[in-house]
Design a protein around this ligand. Structure first.
Ligand code: NAD
Length: 359
């Protein structure tokens, strides 16, 4: 049971997303790009390379005339311009030109960096996303946001650059550790909360399958999240309006992430942020709130934030890139499955919500 989606950019077809169990369909998907005389540089990291690089390289070697790889040190702390320089150096060494491809094989860190290197190398070359974490399959590989962190500033330097193909093999999610899997589930639950009550129902119905990482359930989950992300980014590719809805849970989530010195995963912080934003929205029933918490717990997410200095968290929200003329831009719910943008959330409401999720 595989799935394919088309993504448009500025009204025209831009790329396919393949959601498959294995890499068996990768050759066919890449061949559609008609690139037999092109070269590819696979960018991956030291955790992913031993698991999937040989397999992917073998397949790509049947599609491209030359394939090289660069294996980066994993981790957000390496999502920086030094790593980008390594990618440029290898591409220059291999004489890559504008017709060649970069291929991201890994999680969101590898994907964002490969995309940014592709956006800027020789003023832009094409790239393929082969995401291997749940977060990157449901979220970061789609929509063309690429970039790196700069000094202490997350995603401060970047570009919008669309991939030519996204290929997700959900079997790769089997090797993710519990924390990374739960982190991706934070974004999955967020998608259902902002856009699709039926999807939320699907997730609660398939709890056991999600816990067991059942392949069919994961294909459907990645697909339904991809449909939501695709529809949002097609309407608003440059995040001027609708796309901001995807930031549900992120205003306080990012602040918690920063103030906890990144001791919580990104998706865990988004989950805390979602619970806080639901509390501020104050439109969901007790039963719905309970169902959200139960779903989060079942997939390995915590629902109670450890005691932190809430004033420091509040101050950190003001450093968020997503400010609106000095006001923190917040995403709230009209109802479960229906989100909107609000720039009038008071400090007191945020503090109260932080207290609520800390109990
Ligand atoms: P990550 O890329 O750091 O991957 C998490 C860890 O899992 C890494 O250690 C990695 O080596 C390892 N890993 C990857 N695939 C694996 C597999 N199949 N089996 C075992 N280990 C595996 O983290 P992430 O959560 O995938 O991505 C987070 C990044 O994504 C952040 O930098 C964030 O800013 C970015 N992001 C970007 C967008 C976007 O729209 N571009 C959206 C959301 C998040």
């Amino acid at each position: 049971m595989s799935k394919i989606l088309d993504v448009n950019y500025e009204g025209e077809f831009a790329y396919h997303i393949y959601i498959e169990k294995t890499f068996d369909g990768l050759k066919g998907a890449v061949s559609e790009l008609r690139i037999s005389d092109r070269r590819a540089l696979i960018v991956t990291d030291k955790n992913v390379a031993p698991l999937y690089l040989d397999k992917v390289k073998d397949i790509l070697s049947e599609c491209f005339c030359f394939v090289d790889e660069i294996i980066l040190t994993p981790g957000e702390e390496n999502k920086n311009t030094d790593s980008i320089a390594h990618i440029y150096e290898r591409a220059i060494q291999d004489n890559f030109d504008r017709n060649d491809f970069f291929v991201a094989l890994g999680g969101g860190v590898v994907g964002d960096m490969t995309g940014f290197a592709a956006a800027t190398y020789m003023r832009g070359i094409r790239f393929i996303q082969i995401p291997t974490t749940l977060l990157s399959q449901v979220d970061s590989s789609i929509g063309g946001k690429t970039g790196v962190d700069f000094r202490a500033y997350k995603n401060m330097v970047g570009a919008f650059h669309m991939p030519s193909l996204v290929y997700s093999s959900v079997t790769t999610l089997k090797s993710l550790d519990e924390i990374q899997y739960a982190s991706g589930m934070g974004e999955v639950i967020k998608h259902s909360l902002i856009k699709d009550k039926d999807y939320f129902g699907f997730l609660t119905d398939k709890l056991e399958g999600l816990k067991d990482r059942d392949m069919d359930v994961l294909i459907e989950t990645v697909y339904r999240s991809n449909v939501i992300k695709k529809e949002v980014v097609e309407k608003d590719p440059k995040e001027k309006g609708e796309r901001q809805l995807l930031n549900f849970g992120h205003t306080l989530g990012h602040a918690i992430e920063k103030c906890s010195d990144f001791s919580y995963s990104h998706g865990q912080c988004v989950a805390f942020g979602c619970l806080a934003a639901m509390h501020i929205s104050d439109v969901t029933t007790e039963e719905e709130n309970k169902a959200v918490c139960e779903l989060m717990k079942a997939v390995g997410l915590q629902t109670t934030l450890k005691p932190m200095d809430n004033q420091t968290i509040l101050a950190a929200t003001r450093k968020d890139k997503k400010m609106d003329k000095g006001h923190v831009r917040f995403i709230l719910l009209h109802s479960l499955g229906n989100a909107y943008i609000d720039s009038n959330v008071s400090d007191d409401s945020m503090l109260e919500a932080l207290e609520y999720i800390s109990k």
